[in-house]
Design a protein around this ligand. Structure first.
Ligand SMILES: [Fe+2]
Length: 226
């Protein structure tokens, strides 16, 4: 149900208290007073049609793990810098890991924040017109986006806006950190890691994608357009 990294993260969350890590969701500071990331509360999504409370609570827990670990990576890197240990394997591995933890945190925020809506995108809306312009029609974009989300593997389907020319492009993000367009503006983010759907849908990813589309908060999505 969970990839190995997520399993490790969940275990890490379990032992976090033993190591004195702070509880996610509570404002935290590192030594020196610099503010770190705080997990947001998405419990208002509980009750969405097609998403069980059990699934959402598992998902919120995983998200909190990414926030905790992003803070931990940044905090540890800051300590290594103070101790002049930047030439160490620990420094290198922390920075290799940062993109994975940070994007695991941020993508979940985009994902939860583009859920909780009802209804379809109005075809005369700014976003629908832009999708039609860049994909031929809204329907063509939806078909393409769903097809990206149906690809084998774990990751994300992401509609990005290329800020250099405003064009909307669908991307496959492998895991959390591979495939992001540099300078891209995230417009619609869909989690297709197995944990996002298997508790409710088993291997029927297509049914999950259908449920996802029924719950898109189109106002929030359109609000991201630049
Ligand atoms: Fe997820």
């Amino acid at each position: 149900m969970f990839c190995r990294r997520e399993f490790i993260i969940m275990c890490a969350m379990g032992v976090a208290g033993l190591w004195g890590w702070k509880t996610p969701g509570v404002a935290q500071t590192i030594k020196g007073g610099k503010e770190m990331y705080t997990a947001k509360d998405y419990s208002k999504l509980i009750g969405m049609e097609g998403f069980s409370e059990n699934l959402l609570k598992i998902h919120f827990g995983l998200y909190h793990g990414y926030v905790t670990n992003t803070n931990k990576v940044l905090d540890t890197a800051a300590q290594l810098l103070k101790e002049d240990k930047t030439g160490t394997p620990e420094w290198a591995e922390l920075h290799r890991r940062l993109g994975w933890e940070f994007n695991g945190m941020r993508l979940h925020e985009y994902y939860f924040e583009n859920l909780g809506g009802k209804g379809q995108l109005m075809r005369d809306s700014k976003l629908a017109k832009k999708l039609a312009e860049d994909f031929g029609s809204y329907e063509s974009w939806e078909k393409a986006f769903k097809a990206v989300g149906s690809m084998r593997g774990i990751g994300w389907a992401a509609l990005y806006q290329d800020t250099s020319n405003g064009r909307l492009i669908n991307f496959w993000i492998n895991e959390h950190d591979t495939g992001h367009p540099a300078g891209g503006n995230p417009i619609l983010i869909m989690d297709v890691f197995e944990h996002a759907f298997m508790p409710d849908y088993g291997t029927k990813r297509g049914d999950y994608i259908t449920a996802f589309f029924k719950n898109i908060n189109w106002a929030a999505v359109e609000g991201r357009l630049k």
